[in-house]
Design a protein around this ligand. Structure first.
Ligand SMILES: NC(=O)c1ccc[n+]([C@@H]2O[C@H](COP(=O)([O-])OP(=O)(O)OC[C@H]3O[C@@H](n4cnc5c(N)ncnc54)[C@H](O)[C@@H]3O)[C@@H](O)[C@H]2O)c1
Ligand SMILES: O=C(O)C[C@H](O)C(=O)O
Ligand SMILES: [Mg+2]
Length: 492
């Protein structure tokens, strides 16, 4: 019965099973622990993972969400307590994508934690050792991946909330070998790109104008860099130029301010986005956020820093001088406390004509005189269920950039011009099954176009190839699991 309640009331329950409440649960997980859910693989299980996987009681597993707990939302290293995230994401898979709840598997890779507080907490449930590093670490993930795909060759593994270095390294290591994706890097990028394209439409400009938007990204981690990579690919396609030629409009800041080529010890993943000082006249290496906003007057300010409140009054007021008629403020960090600003502050200080989005939910803002400041939830939940379900039903064995791009484009075109004019960039969470069906169909059709779709169950690749767009959406919808409960019969 619970699943039905969740599906029917997803808008009310998403903030509980998902951000922000899931963050609070993870922070307190060891103390709250009652019974286990999912599987834990620890560094001490090395050599045993294959038999452990074969011990999982379900015959079939379709969807796995895996974390090592090293970067849980914006809350940092929470060790095994991060298991709440795979559980919450998979609850969303059940509610939004209709993945059969008997075929999901939340997984924690316990390789230790560097969180001193947890190491000293006598209730802490995980290994009391510093995190494994280097080859030792990778050998654990390798063993897990080999074991999973040996038993369930058609499963999909979603990597979630890994610290940046491992997020990128594992993505490169596995994406051509296994059916996997990194939600923080790739799911987030697709949702952000759809929102960025929406803001161009909200200004009443043609999509081709995207190439002229000045976009400041605050946070050079797995999510921020994922967004930049995908946005630059999109601009490059639109402008018909190579990626190097279209980077000028993007500006990147991390904890040390504006990233330029003058930076010493620059992270290799951020290096391609570092600015030449001559292209940011009047700004210096490490310029602060307020300096950058005042100087550049950007169209979009997008936060993926994990730092609550850094879009402060001064920064938001500076956005009033934006060159855009409808400046966009995306405070995408989670949970709510870590959002770069609140919705109310954004409308109060940056003005009523902004477009606003946050990663965690906020109420719409009453602007007085019957006017409402619409709050969008720019969260990867709009895409990951469709990416997972579309891939599953296509039978593809890898997830390509084209499939992810199709997901993002589908979300970008979901909203009508009328809605977009009102600042509504994303659909209501209440429609999540419909969105997921559309996104899933887009992903599946992209897999077909690339010749990757091998089919699922009785539906072979030939049938998939011959499905129209509408038939694909219908096929996806038909394959969503839905709870049916038999009526209780009372004895008279
Ligand atoms: N809305 C979504 O769908 C979504 C998706 C993924 C991640 N996120 C959120 O984004 C945040 C970051 O995630 P991540 O995986 O990129 O983390 P990360 O740890 O890989 O990166 C964080 C980045 O922020 C930078 N930073 C820290 N303090 C800063 C400051 N004061 N000013 C500017 N930059 C600063 C760091 O230098 C680093 O580059 C988290 O809060 C996470 O919850 C949201
Ligand atoms: O979990 C979320 O709500 C989004 C995202 O995956 C995050 O890490 O913040
Ligand atoms: Mg995440």
């Amino acid at each position: 019965m619970l699943v039905l309640v969740l599906i029917d009331n997803i808008k009310d329950f998403a903030p509980i099973i998902y951000t922000p409440t899931v963050g609070l649960v993870c922070q307190n997980y060891s103390g709250l622990f009652r019974r286990p859910r999912g599987m834990y693989f620890s560094a001490k299980d090395k050599g045993e993972m294959m038999s452990m996987i074969y011990n999982w009681p379900a015959q079939q597993v379709d969807m796995i969400v895996l974390t090592d707990g090293s970067r849980i939302l914006g809350l940092g290293d929470l060790g095994v307590q991060g298991i709440g995230i795979p559980i919450g994401k998979l609850d969303m898979y059940v509610a939004a994508a209709g993945i059969n709840p008997q075929r999901i598997l939340p997984v924690m890779l316990d390789v230790g934690t560097n969180n001193e507080k947890l190491l000293e907490d006598r209730l802490y449930l995980g290994l009391r050792q510093p995190r494994l590093e280097g080859e030792e670490y990778l050998s654990i993930v390798d063993e897990f991946m080999e074991a999973v795909f040996t038993r369930w060759p058609k499963a999909i593994v979603q990597f979630e909330d890994f610290q940046m270095k491992w997020a990128f390294e594992t993505l490169q290591r596995y994406r051509k070998r296994f059916c996997m994706f990194n939600d923080d890097v790739q799911g987030t990028a697709g949702v952000a790109l759809a929102g960025l394209l929406g803001t161009v439409r909200a200004q009443g400009r043609p999509l081709s104008d995207f190439v002229n938007q000045k976009i400041v990204v605050v946070g050079a981690g797995s999510a921020g860099l994922g967004v930049l990579n995908m946005a630059i690919q999109a601009v490059s396609r639109m402008a018909g130029k190579n990626e190097a030629a279209v980077k000028n409009q993007f500006f990147l800041l991390d904890k040390d301010g504006l990233i330029t080529k003058e930076r010493t010890n620059i992270d290799p993943a951020a290096a391609p986005f570092a600015k030449d000082l001559k292209d940011v006249e009047g700004l210096r290496e490490g310029a602060s956020l307020i300096e950058v906003v005042k100087k550049l007057k950007p169209h979009v300010l997008l936060g993926l820093s994990g730092v609550g409140g850094i879009f402060n009054e001064e920064v938001l007021k500076a956005m009033r001088e934006s060159e855009s008629t409808k400046p966009a403020i995306f405070a995408m960090s989670n949970p709510t406390m870590n959002a770069e600003c609140t919705a109310a502050d954004a409308f109060k200080y940056a003005g009523e004509n902004i477009v606003f989005a946050s990663g965690s939910p906020f109420e719409n803002v009453d602007l007085g005189n019957g006017k409402v400041g619409h709050v969008n939830q720019a969260n990867n939940m709009y895409l990951f269920p469709g990416i997972g379900l579309g891939t599953l039903l296509s039978g593809a064995r890898i997830i390509t950039d084209e499939m992810l791009q199709a997901a993002s484009e589908c979300l970008a075109s979901y909203m009508t011009d009328e809605e977009i004019q009102k600042g509504i960039l994303y659909p209501s969470v209440n429609n999540i099954r419909h969105i997921t069906a559309e996104v899933g169909a887009a992903v599946l059709r992209a897999a077909v176009a690339e010749g990757l779709a091998e089919g699922y169950g009785d539906v072979g690749p030939r049938e998939l190839r011959h499905m129209s767009k509408e038939e694909t959406v219908e096929y996806i919808t038909r394959n969503m699991w839905f709870p049916v409960y038999s009526p209780l019969v009372h004895e008279k």
